[in-house]
Design a binder for this molecule. Structure first.
Ligand SMILES: *Cc1c(COP(=O)(O)O)cnc(C)c1O
Length: 379
């Protein structure tokens, strides 16, 4: 691995996220290889690329993917401002007020009603620019998307509209996180039945359904494009079903440095509420990151960190900007590196470990890390 660039020096509070972009690119290549040459790859970069930092992640991915998926216009505009030319599709319902800027910046709209199709057509006409659209149909997620029994009419309107260019049709899985799930099989069947007559009419139509779970468990759901997010980041247990995914690995580490060291007498309460009491005289170190950065308060008295290759418990409540760790009789100094997510010698703390302790999923842990923590990228 190359050294981190000098420009990664910042004024943040001694805590940083390390992202290995070459590992990310390797993951994308592995997914591409697995889906085969005929299936396009859309990488969702929503929510700051799941906390990894949308700008650097999109720049690293732009030559390896066919589409980027965003969930709001702000994210799409950010990619365009970076000079990214890759097609961008805005997933989910679009606000009519935002259609003008989306069309002007070549951001593909999701259309899921006749009303929105008409508004998009009017805006496109006013701009004198044809709007590219994908239609979202409802197959079982019950989030956004139109019912199949009304969708065909919208297809007909959109395809007859001179200001709209129908490029794709998609839907989204609700329960694809296990193989042979009856609802998922039903969703695939509903989708396949809907697109079959369309594909004869529009052979170039890009039909897409699979998220990461679909890519892992349902190869029959690939159609013309797949949209794996968390899998590309390395957090899906894909190896179990697809040996070709065994090399897909996470590349996100969270590190800090000890900011304070002290010796504390026995039976001392530590941090707010004194939820932790020392059993005997011990050494307590302070780590400068807290829930104000996205390091979840639910980890209070539950989580652990790695220092000098050893695992130590979080002592007491996590504060907004810092928390304490009990290192017993061991040695550690101010400035020593602390690993909160990642590997130190033979010990590893994964995002999934934190998610389990916080009773949530890896997605939410990752998205929670905000911009107060600097991200350092290895090329
Ligand atoms: C978020 C999202 C994805 C990616 O989901 P993963 O589970 O991360 O693969 C794909 N498609 C849509 C419509 C989404 O909203």
């Amino acid at each position: 691995m190359k050294k981190l660039p000098e420009s990664s020096k910042t004024y943040s509070h001694g805590t940083w996220i390390e992202i290995d972009l070459s590992r990310f690119q390797a993951n994308l290549r592995l997914i591409r290889h697995a889906i085969g040459p005929k299936v396009k790859l859309c990488f969702p970069v929503k929510a700051n690329a799941y906390g990894h930092g949308i700008a650097k992640m999109a720049l690293a991915a732009q030559n390896l993917v066919d589409y980027f998926g965003v969930s709001c216009l702000q994210e799409g505009m950010q990619l365009r401002a970076l000079g990214i030319k890759t097609p961008i599709i805005m997933l989910g319902a679009i606000d009519t007020d935002q259609m003008r800027d989306a069309i002007a910046h070549d951001i593909i709209l999701t259309i899921a009603s006749d009303y929105k199709a008409q508004r998009a057509s009017e805006v496109a006409k006013a701009l004198n620019k044809i709007a590219t659209v994908h239609l979202e149909i409802e197959t079982g997620m019950q989030r956004t998307g139109m019912r199949v029994d009304t969708a065909m009419e919208v297809v007909n309107h959109v395809s007859a509209d001179p200001w709209l260019s129908l490029q794709g049709v998609y839907s989204h899985f609700a329960t694809a996180d296990r193989p042979n799930d009856p609802n998922t099989l039903q969703q695939i069947q509903t989708f396949a039945a809907f697109i079959a007559p369309l594909k004869t009419r529009y052979p170039d139509l890009i039909c897409h359904l699979a998220n990461s779970d679909g890519v892992i468990y349902y190869p029959q759901s690939y159609f013309d494009m797949v949209r794996p997010g968390i899998l590309a980041l390395g957090y899906a247990n894909a190896a179990a079903t697809m040996p070709q995914f065994a090399e897909i690995k996470p590349f996100f580490s969270l590190k800090s440095r000890i900011s304070f060291f002290k010796v504390v007498a026995e039976n001392s309460g530590i941090s707010y509420g004194h939820a932790y009491k020392t059993k005997k005289q011990t050494r307590i170190v302070t780590v400068p990151i807290g829930y104000g950065d996205g390091y979840r308060r639910a980890l209070s008295n539950k989580g652990s960190v790695l220092i000098r290759g050893k695992r130590y418990p979080i002592a007491g409540t996590i504060c907004m900007d810092q928390f304490m760790v009990d290192i017993g009789q061991d040695e550690a100094y101010v400035g020593d590196e602390v690993t909160l997510i990642g590997t130190d010698h033979n010990e590893t703390i994964s995002v999934n470990d934190l998610a389990q302790l916080c009773d949530t999923i890896a997605y939410e842990i990752l998205c929670g890390f905000n911009n107060r923590i600097v991200r350092k990228y290895r090329e």
